[in-house]
Structures are given as structure tokens and as C-alpha cells.
Design a protein around this ligand. Structure first.
Ligand code: NAD
Length: 352
């Protein structure tokens, strides 16, 4: 066994069905009494409904969260928080809403209570990505790590089947890269393998019945584990490629992760045999990359970048942007091999 460092981030995690009703108790535990509740515009009614139990502890609602955490939205939300004299932020939503809570916490030091409603996993990470003037920058600081995470399986019932599946595969990608991370460790590897297993059993069931309660619970449990992996270990080629494709070509976040994952896995396969064995065990398949590709096809998720609107003529530019700044990856990042990877991913071919 190779030497490792294990550092666990502080986390209070409440998991179950109907746990959103524990929100008031959690605010009391934190000794706060004026919550600013955050959501996306589409989920405002749901945020109102869930936070109604807070009574006078609900200082106000800000339903302006959008993808990629634009700084001008954060500044508006901080002004609202100050106007309401909020002493805590409560985020009800996916990565976009949680990103806004983190950005407010960074600027105000307000504690955060988060109720995740997708599987993206941001709630378990000390990472914040923000956008200003079209540029997305990412930072890592414990100041943005939520104090309390309330996983309520019932909040995920409304997530449409296709979004649930791509969101789940986005989470699996955190676990796959944690398994071969330079700063990985045996505990995070246990979580990663278990997270992939949980999605391996739940996503096919959600594809046929998005209201399957047990599958919803397994998927949310997987999201917690995979989010913890993302927070604890450095990511490599897969996340860099998806960041490039999302940031510079405006491709949809979770769908891009879904298409790229089998290809990035195949790229690194011979340089990370233990990680590949763990993925294969978790999915009960012989080969990690092929198994992921077959899995994605089986659950009806996208397998080609062309399907997402990416142009073949942009492959060279994507390759150039993705290789501009050096970063660690189990296998050296070679431009020609990357072109082959992107070309196969564009066409929806099997990884190799
Ligand atoms: P999202 O939060 O943007 O949500 C996608 C859409 O689904 C929104 O319209 C939202 O209103 C809706 N929605 C959310 N939950 C729903 C539910 N239960 N029922 C019905 N509709 C629902 O999407 P996401 O994939 O969760 O988050 C993506 C963003 O999060 C990206 O900006 C990404 O960079 C970021 N992210 C950050 C981290 C991190 O650690 N910092 C980790 C993962 C993702």
C-alpha cells in the first residue's frame, strides 16, 4: 500500500425521507433565527413550500440562482441578505443554488444549511466556481463548505428521469477520478467504489420509474459519497476536459460529463489498473471504460458530443484549450491521443 494523507472535512449530514422538516431544529442548533432561503427561479414555489415551516425564522427568499454562479447575481443576493439582516443562508436546489450559497458565505461568513435536490455533489465540497465577464474561476476554501447538509430523498422525486441520470453520471465521474487521484487514499476509494455501486443499481431503475423510492434513496446516498470524493481528491483529465467543453463551448454540464466519462476512463485505463478494477467491481462488469459506455447506453443517456451540439470543427480548439495549462493525470496528456479521444466522443463511438 502506498503512503497517503487523509484529511476529513467537517460535515453534519442528515439523510432520510421527509428530513426537510428538521430544518427548524437545525437552525436552532446553529443558534440562528433569520434565514435567507435560496432557489432557482423555477423552484421558487418549492422553496417557499419547504421553508414555510420556518415561520418567523424565514427572513426572506432570493430565487435568482442560475448556472455558473455569476458574480453580479451573488452581489445582488448579498445586498438582499444584508437588507433582511439574515444570519444564515438556506439553499434548496442543485449545484447552481448551492454555488450561490457558497458565494454568499465567502463574502459574509454566514453559515449555510443546504438541502440538495440533484446529484451534482457540490454540498460536500470546499470548492466554489464563479463567473465574471465570461470567465469561470474556481477556488478551494473551507469558508464555502456548508455547515449542515439535509438530504431529503423526497425532494428528488420531481427531478426528471433524464436529468436524474446525467446528474448521477456526473457524480460517478467524481468517484472515478478520485480512485486514481494523485492525492487519493483508501478511505476515499471505499466511498468512491460504493458511490459508483449505488448509482449502478439506482439509475437503471430510475430510467424506467423515476418515482422508485428505494432507487431515489440509493442515488442520493451515491451523490453524498461521490460529492465527498470530489471535495477530498484532486480531479484530472476528465474534469479538465468537461470544464473546457462547458466553459468555452457552452455545452451542458451533466450531459458533457456523461459523454466524456467512458473515454477519459479508457484514456487512463492502463495507467490506473487498481482504479479500473474498482470501477468494474462496482458496476459488475469486466472492463471499466466499456462497462461505463454500455451503462450509459442502457440508461438512455447521451453518448456523443455531436448530440450536445458540439461541432467536429471545434475539436482542435478544444484540444488546444484543454492542454494549455499543465495538470496532473495518471497518463501524460498527449495532444494526438486527446484528439482521438475527442473525435470518438464527438461521434459517439465506443471508447478505446
Ligand atoms: P442546477 O442546480 O443548475 O439545476 C438544473 C435545473 O434543475 C435547474 O433548472 C433547477 O431549477 C432544476 N432542479 C433542481 N432540482 C430539481 C428537482 N428536484 N426537481 C425539478 N427540478 C430541479 O444543476 P446541477 O447539475 O445540480 O448543478 C450544476 C452546477 O453546479 C454547475 O454550475 C457546476 O459547475 C456546479 N457544481 C459545482 C460543484 C462544486 O463542488 N463547486 C460540484 C458539482 C457541480
Amino acid at each position: 500500500m502506498k503512503a497517503f494523507i487523509y484529511e476529513s472535512a467537517p460535515a453534519r449530514v442528515i439523510f432520510g425521507f421527509g428530513t426537510a422538516t428538521q430544518l427548524t431544529q437545525e437552525l436552532e442548533r446553529l443558534c440562528v433565527s433569520r434565514a435567507l432561503v435560496l432557489s432557482t427561479p423555477e423552484r421558487k414555489n418549492k422553496a417557499e413550500e419547504i421553508s414555510a415551516c420556518l415561520g418567523a425564522k424565514r427572513a426572506g427568499i432570493f430565487a435568482g440562482a442560475v448556472m455558473h454562479t455569476p458574480v453580479h447575481v451573488t452581489e445582488e443576493a448579498v445586498d438582499v441578505a444584508r437588507a433582511f439582516q439574515a444570519d444564515v443562508v438556506v439553499a434548496i436546489g442543485g449545484g447552481s443554488t448551492i454555488g450561490l450559497a457558497k458565494a454568499i458565505a465567502l463574502r459574509t461568513d454566514l453559515p449555510q444549511v443546504v438541502l440538495p435536490t440533484t446529484y451534482a455533489g457540490s454540498e460536500m465540497t470546499p470548492i466554489l466556481g464563479e463567473t465574471k465577464d465570461g470567465l469561470k474561476t474556481t477556488q478551494r476554501t473551507l469558508k464555502v463548505l456548508p455547515e449542515v447538509v439535509i438530504y431529503d430523498v423526497e425532494l428528488t422525486y420531481s427531478l426528471p428521469a433524464n436529468t436524474s441520470i446525467t446528474s448521477g453520471i456526473n457524480a460517478m465521474a467524481h468517484a472515478v477520478e478520485a480512485l486514481y487521484a494523485k492525492d487519493g487514499n483508501p478511505i476515499i476509494s471505499l466511498m468512491a467504489e460504493e458511490g459508483i455501486r449505488a448509482f449502478g443499481v439506482s439509475l437503471p431503475r430510475l430510467a424506467s420509474d423515476p418515482k422508485d423510492r428505494d432507487a431515489r434513496a440509493q442515488a442520493l446516498y451515491g451523490a453524498w459519497l461521490c460529492g465527498t470524493c470530489l471535495g477530498a481528491a484532486g480531479m484530472a483529465l476528465h474534469h479538465k476536459l468537461c470544464h473546457t467543453l462547458g466553459g468555452s463551448f457552452n455545452l451542458p454540464h451533466a450531459e458533457t460529463h456523461t459523454v466524456i466519462l467512458p473515454h477519459a476512463t479508457a484514456y487512463n485505463a492502463s495507467f490506473a489498473p487498481q482504479a479500473m478494477a474498482a470501477v468494474a467491481r462496482a458496476l459488475r462488469v469486466e472492463n471499466a471504460a466499456d462497462g461505463l459506455f454500455d451503462f450509459i447506453q442502457r440508461v438512455g443517456a447521451p453518448t456523443s458530443l455531436a448530440q450536445l451540439g458540439f461541432m467536429e470543427s471545434d475539436i482542435d480548439r478544444a484540444m488546444e484549450i484543454a492542454t494549455r495549462a499543465p495538470y496532473w493525470n495518471p497518463r501524460p496528456v498527449e495532444p494526438e491521443a486527446l484528439r482521438t479521444l475527442l473525435t470518438r466522443a464527438w461521434a459517439g463511438k465506443r471508447p478505446h
